[in-house]
Design a protein around this ligand. Structure first.
Ligand code: MN
Length: 200
């Protein structure tokens, strides 16, 4: 079954002034749509290879599937991870807040590490708050591109796109400012729901 581009859960201009409408249109309609298309193509080519018993290009299509599949998965979390600034809470509450305090010391310490780690990604990539089921803890990861430096088995809860296409129109080279402003539009209810689901 083919993968489909999920619609944005809010209007294109909902995240103004922190993320501008034009960036959202390009990012969702062009970039994310491209990952969906690329994943479908890669999976179709792998299915054809299995049918034909010809795996001459398996390395290429496996890489394509990992690249586009990771892009599709992370963007599908990124959009609902955000909400309009007038609806966003400054901090999470409940079990997620307790776990952040337990594993990072405080919300402010978590926020400082998340901002520093996201700002320090070399080239294109992501900042990621994830749940690690093996010891039931929260960890902050970064990814270069989509598919590198992953920790297998974690469940991403909060993801921040730090590819230039996510912020360059509005922020140019000021990634740090974009990362700071992300905290004005985080949908903590969405993040807490993902944390609850990951543990159940
Ligand atoms: Mn992106």
């Amino acid at each position: 079954m083919a993968h489909e581009l999920p619609p944005l859960p809010y209007p294109y201009d909902a995240l103004e002034p922190y993320i501008d409408e034009q960036t959202m249109r390009l990012h969702h309609d062009i970039h994310h749509a491209g990952y969906v298309k690329g994943l479908n193509t890669a999976e179709q080519k792998l299915a054809e290879a299995r049918k034909a018993g010809d795996f001459a290009l398996v390395k290429h299509w496996s890489r394509e599937a990992a690249f586009h599949g990771s892009g599709h998965l992370l963007h599908s979390i990124f959009w609902p991870n955000m909400t309009a600034a007038d609806r966003a809470k400054a901090e999470p509450s409940g079990a997620l807040a307790d776990a952040i305090k337990r594993d990072f010391g405080s919300f402010d310490a978590f926020k400082a590490q998340f901002i520093a780690a996201s700002g320090a990604v070399e080239g294109s990539g992501w900042g990621i708050l994830a749940y690690r089921p093996t010891d039931e803890s929260l960890v902050i990861l970064t990814a270069e591109k989509h598919q590198n430096l992953t920790q297998w088995g974690v469940v991403p809860l909060l993801v921040l796109d730090v590819w230039e296409h996510a912020y360059y129109l509005k922020y140019q080279n000021r990634r740090g400012e974009y990362v700071q402003n992300f905290f004005n539009i985080i949908n903590w209810d969405d993040v807490a729901g993902r944390y609850r689901d990951a543990r159940s």
